[in-house]
Design a protein around this ligand. Structure first.
Ligand SMILES: Nc1nc2c(c(=O)[nH]1)N[C@H]1C(S)=C(S)[C@@H](COP(=O)(O)O)O[C@H]1N2
Ligand SMILES: [Mo]
Length: 153
């Protein structure tokens, strides 16, 4: 069986390539979600998998963990193998800020995602658009700055 691989890249001390079975190394969470799709209506699914926050934290994001403000500049870009992609902010999943329980699902409705790749699950989202399936890349990036910001910060 061919296992899909997910590359964790960007501003990380420990970039990694992970398969869906590798994602069982972190505590598993289960969630039922409903989301609306503009084209196919309301969808209901059960997902299981680790928290995105736990997986990315272990990859060593390049901020000083004791300085909370340092984390506010970080973005998380999630890419599906079909090219569908979306951005989250680090603060969105950080327990000190918005604490969204975003999962990297290893199964959907009890079917394993080993071949297809993990799926992003955002129980807080009303729309299905960010529930990206077949994830093959996640990039963490802390370089973002407002264009009008001075370099003196
Ligand atoms: N990889 C990938 N994931 C995706 C999409 C996509 O085009 N590609 N579409 C999104 C959208 S718009 C919705 S509503 C949900 C649900 O899609 P489904 O109707 O196929 O379950 O998947 C999301 N995940
Ligand atoms: Mo959608």
């Amino acid at each position: 069986m061919t296992l899909a691989e997910l590359a964790l890249t960007g501003d990380l001390a420990r970039p990694a390539r992970l398969t869906v079975p590798d994602l069982f190394a972190w505590p598993q969470h289960r969630v039922r979600v409903s989301f609306e799709c503009a084209t196919s209506g309301t969808q209901h699914h059960r997902f299981a998998g680790p928290l995105l926050y736990d997986v990315l934290s272990d990859a060593g994001p390049g901020f000083d963990p004791v300085r909370r403000k340092d984390r506010l500049r970080f973005l998380i870009a999630v890419n599906g193998m079909d090219g569908h992609h979306a951005l989250l902010s680090w603060a969105e999943i950080d327990p000190d800020f918005a604490r969204a329980p975003v999962l990297l699902a290893v199964s959907i409705d009890d079917s394993p995602l080993d071949r297809h790749g993990p799926q992003l699950v955002l129980p807080q989202d009303r729309c299905g658009g960010r529930h990206i399936s077949g994830i093959n890349g996640i990039r963490v990036d802390g370089r973002y700055r407002c264009a009008t910001e001075t370099s003196a910060v």
